[in-house]
Structures are given as structure tokens and as C-alpha cells.
Design a protein around this ligand. Sequence first.
Ligand code: NAG
Ligand code: NAG
Ligand code: NAG
Ligand code: NAG
Ligand code: NAG
Ligand code: NAG
Ligand code: NAG
Length: 580
Amino acid sequence: MLSSAFSSLSLFLLALSPVAAVWPAPQKYSNGSSVLYLHQNIKVTYNGEFLPYTAGYAPQKLSSKEVVQAGVSRTLSAIFGSKFVPWKLHKPGSQFEPDLRKGQKWLNTLQIVQTGKDQASTFKPLAGEVDESYNLTVSDSGDVKLTAVSSIGVLRGLETFSQLFYQHSAGPFWYTPYAPVSIQDAPKFPHRGVMIDTARNFFPVPDILRTIDAMAWNKLNRLHVHVTDSQSWPLVIPSMPELAAKGAYHPSQTYSPEDVATIQQYGAERGVEVYFEIDMPGHIGVVSLSHPDLIVAYDQLPYYWWCNEPPCGAFKLNSTAVDAFVEKLFDDLLPRLAPYAAYFHTGGDELNKNDSMLDDGVRSNSSEVLQPLLQKFIDAQHARVRKAGLTPMTWEEIPLDWNITLGKDTVVQSWLGGDSVKKLTGMGLQVIDSDYNFLYLDCGRGQWINFGNGAAFDVGYPFNDWCGPTKSWRLIYSHDPTANLTPEEAKLVLGGEVAVWSETIDPVNFDSLVWPRASAAGEVLWSGRTDASGQNRSQLEAAPRLNEFRERMVLRGVGASPVQMTFCTQGSPEECNWPA
Ligand SMILES: *[C@@H]1O[C@H](CO)[C@@H](O)[C@H](O)[C@H]1NC(C)=O
Ligand SMILES: *[C@@H]1O[C@H](CO)[C@@H](O)[C@H](O)[C@H]1NC(C)=O
Ligand SMILES: *[C@@H]1O[C@H](CO)[C@@H](O)[C@H](O)[C@H]1NC(C)=O
Ligand SMILES: *[C@@H]1O[C@H](CO)[C@@H](O)[C@H](O)[C@H]1NC(C)=O
Ligand SMILES: *[C@@H]1O[C@H](CO)[C@@H](O)[C@H](O)[C@H]1NC(C)=O
Ligand SMILES: *[C@@H]1O[C@H](CO)[C@@H](O)[C@H](O)[C@H]1NC(C)=O
Ligand SMILES: *[C@@H]1O[C@H](CO)[C@@H](O)[C@H](O)[C@H]1NC(C)=O
């Protein structure tokens, strides 16, 4: 009796004992409380070979050693450069720093061992193709050992390593107070993503690169670029220059092929696969500006009879010219994307049936007429995606609303919530969860559209958007992508993505809206909704870690929002937790 009471007490304590501050939480973690200092001359080896530390080292090519060497450079630079003195995490006036007069015990070596061999697919994996697991130990005597199967696993472990350190307020001294440390870690889901929308508002390349960095800190590994939509076409297609020339908001708001390669390569070096979406056959009205014959319902009013957001516009569904256009577009684009991505997303959300009433080749809004045309369209486009060596992705309406039969390789992105994920996995389809009730980061901030004037000034009051309230980090953290699924169904959930639709978001407010809310999704997707003992992860345990991780993100150059006021981060949990 005594021992079972004791073990349930220790389980309880285990559940509440902080996982230092590593975010996302490792699967297994233990720490001590000895202090070890990190010197800029620490000896780093990779599979026995000495690796020099050069700040700002960029890989010369996508090889295991180059990727690891650049990862080491970023890790050490993050520790030395971010100057993180954690006063915000301790009670005012408390002595939280090690006493420098006591002499320092230094870390001797950082020994990195990669036990497996990388494949070409390591840098552009399908879900499950790369092993991201790692083990990390820091011994009391100052030896660090990081083992991983792949170079991407090494990067994940290096990120964890960086989060064990602080800077001393007295100056250039970096220490971990957690030795000895022992970590075993691996992701719960293989697909952990952020979707950005560069068509409603444009995002310059540096903003996207900064986002990739922040994703890597969060162990998020997929950046989905919803690159075009009815509002703008920022993507330069050299064989069809008219698309961006007429479709971009301004010549400055474009991505050249070099920009696209830069973004994808930057991601690949960090274990973040960047894949693109050209949404079709709806959400593509902008093509009308350069190819008016291919599009119906562009700029039709009132827009809500033709689409969900002006200026509408969809491909003609029974047109050989549309087919030839997509063929030419894909022949140009897909071979350039395929070296760095396993996926290409063909969109497929919110196709409005009325649009084809304006199409001389169809003149109908009936499902019976449209469904076979759409099936033919999807079959043709997905065949082209496969021919380019990519795996097609599509939004959930294609199988669920249109009954389109998809190849078994296809990955379906679900956003409408409810029982969509269950239905899709029940049909045997692989799914990415982006349930708007939890994972749409644009929601709940009010309308982008303007309403009445004068006497009618309060038409639309209180001007809410369609998907409020805002999805707080706690709400996101509560969401289980596999809730109510059978084990068989759950296996088909590859992971999830937060979505950042950008009608009212641009680089000015992006960071503060995305971080650290995407971090909450990142932890659910990496660590799992439940912890090692099968308990739901606790906000009480997560909040102090997220507070700390937010400080690290800010110091590393990302404008993440605060999680709590400093009064709480300085450690008054009895007053900042409910019930008290
Ligand atoms: C592990 O670190 C925490 C601080 O995050 C500390 O409170 C705890 O005492 C450490 N554990 C051991 C066994 O020293
Ligand atoms: C991590 O340690 C566990 C337990 O010893 C072992 O099973 C696993 O293979 C190790 N993983 C790596 C990447 O070294
Ligand atoms: C199609 O247009 C009619 C008006 O002609 C409208 O009542 C209906 O809601 C529209 N359908 C959709 C799906 O928008
Ligand atoms: C599609 O076009 C073909 C060839 O022009 C025509 O025979 C067919 O009737 C059209 N289908 C529909 C549903 O309008
Ligand atoms: C199809 O068009 C008719 C006539 O405009 C309209 O009444 C009906 O609502 C439309 N159907 C859909 C599914 O939008
Ligand atoms: C899809 O199938 C369902 C159930 O068989 C049916 O209710 C629906 O009308 C179909 N939709 C289309 C677009 O064919
Ligand atoms: C986790 O929380 C959910 C939602 O509140 C609940 O249904 C479930 O039973 C909890 N799981 C455990 C293991 O407590």
C-alpha cells in the first residue's frame, strides 16, 4: 500500500517537474543541478572528425557534414549571441546565477555521432522518410554526447542543446545549471507545419527565411507556401512572364526562381521542407489578368454568389486551353521545386458551383455535370505532379464535397473541423490536420471587409470575422489531431499545420501573431498531446517553459508575443494559476 501510494505520488511529482525549459518537450528527460560552463573553444567532433566552429557558417552543399557543421555554427552562435540572462524567470532580488568566484567547471567536448547514413530523401522527405530522433547527454564531468540516425536528427538535438544554456549577467560566461542531462527524443508526428499565404499580402524573402529559422527552433519541419490566389500572383514563371508581370501587386512583390531556390535550400539546410501550393481550380482568378480566356467569374459581383472572397475567378472546367496552360506552368515550375520538396499542393478548396454557369463550355452549376469534369481535371494535374517526382496534396473539399477519387499517395489537408479528419482517414486517405477551430492563426481579429456608411455605419457590427474567437496558445495546445479516431485511422494522420491566412497580416505583425502560438502546435505535434505517462499535457507545466522559450525567440530575432506578464514569469504561480 505504502509503495503504491508512494509511486502515485512520484508519478504526480514527475508530471509537474519542469522539463528544464526545452521546447518542445523531449519524450524523456532528466537533469541534475550542477553548473557547467561552455567555452567558445569547445572541441566539437562529428563521427570522430574535428569540426571547427565558425560563426555564420553556411553549407557549401546539401551534404550531411555541411548541414551538421552549419547546425553547430547556428547552435553555438545562438547561445553566445543571444545574451540570455534569465532575470525575467526568477523572483526579483533572488540569487539565480552561479557564483563566478567559485571557479568554473567547463564542458570539454561536444561529440556528435550520426549512426545512420543520409539519403537524398533526408533533405526532402515524405512523411516518415527521415528519422529525426536523437539522444543527448551532458555528463557531470563535462562531456556532451549527441547521437542521431540522420543529420536532421543531429539538428534537432543541437537545438535542444542550445536551450540548456544561459548567459551570466557578469559578462561573457555561458552556463547550464542542469548537469547531468539525459534526453531521449523523437517526434510524435512526421509532418509539423506552418502555412503562409503570400498572395493576400506579400512576404519578402528575408521574412520567410526568418520564419524558417523560428520553425527550426520549434522543431517544425514543413513550410507550406500558398503562393498564389485570386488576389495576386507573385511567382515569376520564366516561360510565362506575363503571369507575374500582370498578376503581382507590384514588380517588387515577386519571387524569382532564384528566390524560390534560396528559400527551399535555406529550409532544407535546417530540416524544414518548403513546399508550394498553386490553388486551383478555384482561388485562381488572378490568371484572368494575363489569360482572360481561361478563367470564369473573375471580379463577379456580388462576390459571395461566386466565391468566398473577391475578386473570385476559377479555371474553366472543360477547357483544353486550361489543360495546356497548367501543363506549361508545371513543366516550368515543378522540376525546379522537386530537388527540395517531396510534395506539391494543388489546392482545391472552396470551388463555387455557380462559377461554371458562366463557362460557355459547361453552363451548369449541378454536381452531376461538374463532378466528372473536376475528376478529370484533378486526375490530369495530379498525374503531372507525380510525373515530376512529387506527391500531390489537396484540400479536403476535393474528396469530401466533390467525391473525387484520389490516388492513395495523395495527402489531404483538412481544415473544416468536425468529423472531417475521421471521414478522410475512414476513407483510407492520409491527412494533415489544419482544423480552423484551433489552427487558423488569422482568426478572431475582426473583418478585412468594409461595411456601411452614414446612417448605416454600424452594418456588420461588431465586425467579427467568420472564424473567431482568436485561437490562443492554450486552445491550440488543447487540440488533439487524433481525437476520436481508431488506432487505424490515427495512423493516417501525418501531422498538422497552423495556417496564417494573410488578409490582415504582413511582415509587420506576422511574428507576433504566429509566435509563440505556432510553438504550442509545435509541441503537440512533436511531443504529443499526452506525456510519457499518458496524461494530458498540462498548461501549468507548459507555461513556464513557453515563457522562457519566448524570451529565447525574441533574443534570436523573432518578435514573439509575451505569454504572461513579467509578474507571472518571475515566479508567482500561486497567483497566476487557476484555481489558486
Ligand atoms: C532539474 O532542474 C530543475 C530546474 O528546471 C530543478 O528544480 C531540479 O532540482 C533539477 N533536478 C535535479 C535532480 O537536480
Ligand atoms: C537512444 O537511446 C535509446 C536507449 O538506449 C536507444 O534505443 C536508441 O537507439 C538511441 N537513439 C539514438 C538516435 O541513438
Ligand atoms: C449561386 O447563386 C445564387 C444566386 O443566383 C445564390 O442564391 C446561391 O447562393 C449561389 N450559390 C453559391 C454556392 O454561392
Ligand atoms: C466538354 O467539352 C466537350 C468537347 O467540347 C463536349 O463534348 C462536352 O459536352 C463538354 N462537357 C460538358 C459537361 O459540357
Ligand atoms: C444554381 O443556380 C440556380 C439558379 O441561379 C440557383 O438557384 C442555385 O442556388 C444554384 N445552385 C447552387 C448549388 O449554387
Ligand atoms: C457526393 O456523394 C454524396 C453521397 O453519395 C452525395 O450526397 C453528394 O451529392 C455527392 N456530391 C457530388 C458533388 O457529387
Ligand atoms: C485529456 O483531456 C481530454 C479532454 O478534456 C479528455 O477527454 C481525456 O479523457 C483526457 N485524457 C486523459 C488521459 O486524462
